[in-house]
Design a binder for this molecule. Structure first.
Ligand SMILES: *Cc1c(COP(=O)(O)O)cnc(C)c1O
Length: 219
């Protein structure tokens, strides 16, 4: 069943890439496994997936010890990071996609290991609590680039919810433009219901949960 869902998502990615005139290999599928038990990560790994997204540091900290032997798996933090969890996060994630303050960047840098980071950008004032506004992006990018242990590779966003992907397209377009403007190659945007539009607008990383794993368990 997971295999079928992966195949369906893979088909959708390939068709979207083709329509957009893009290469499939320029798009990374991040399997979002929040609220699922660690076994599902191993199962997805066995089916060939290598990138995984988790939202909560504590939840993934609990799963992490059981996930031994997944040699080239890459774990992305895609949920808000509190500054008192930076040391733990730096130890268990390969990519922190949600850096949104200099304080967070400084703390991650002080954790001492080299770490890929992205900046979470907030493109609508009302919808989400985390993320920096576009006008604060230049200063934060400069601060992160001054951190020896951090490698800034891209931007991430979580647009206001809409079940119509065309409503979300302007946010995707804006994030891609900001990434170009700031010399950042990676663009993390698009979820189960709207990743085709995100790919059309230049997403290099799509974050897909329910389309791969079905409805999330209620915790
Ligand atoms: C849960 C989540 C996703 C995946 O959403 P689905 O609808 O399950 O594909 C992507 N990005 C973030 C930040 C999330 O929290």
């Amino acid at each position: 069943m997971l295999r079928d869902r992966i195949e369906q998502v893979e088909d959708r990615i390939q068709r979207a890439a083709q329509r957009a005139g893009r290469q499939r290999e320029d798009i990374t599928l991040i399997a979002v496994t929040k609220k699922f038990p660690p076994e599902i990560i191993r199962e997805a790994y066995d089916q060939g997936l290598r990138h995984f997204g988790e939202n909560y540091v504590q939840e993934f900290e609990a799963k992490h010890p059981t996930l031994t032997g997944l040699a080239d798996a890459k774990f992305h933090l895609i949920g808000h990071l509190q500054s008192n969890k930076t040391r733990i996060a730096a130890g268990i994630f390969h990519v922190i996609e949600t850096v949104d303050s200099e304080k967070l960047a400084r703390r991650l840098n002080e954790a001492g290991s080299s770490l890929e980071v992205m900046i979470e950008v907030k493109l609508s004032p009302e919808d989400s609590k985390s993320g920096v506004g576009p006008q604060e992006l230049a200063a934060l990018a400069a601060a992160i680039r001054a951190c020896a242990n951090l490698k800034l590779t891209g931007l991430m966003t979580m647009p206001p919810w809409s079940d119509d992907p065309e409503q979300t397209r302007p946010y995707f377009r804006r994030l891609a433009a900001l990434a170009r403007e700031h010399g950042l190659a990676r663009i993390s945007m698009g979820m189960s219901h709207d990743f085709e539009v995100a790919i059309d607008e230049g997403a290099t990383h799509i974050r897909v949960g329910q389309a791969l794993f079905g409805p999330r368990p209620k915790l």
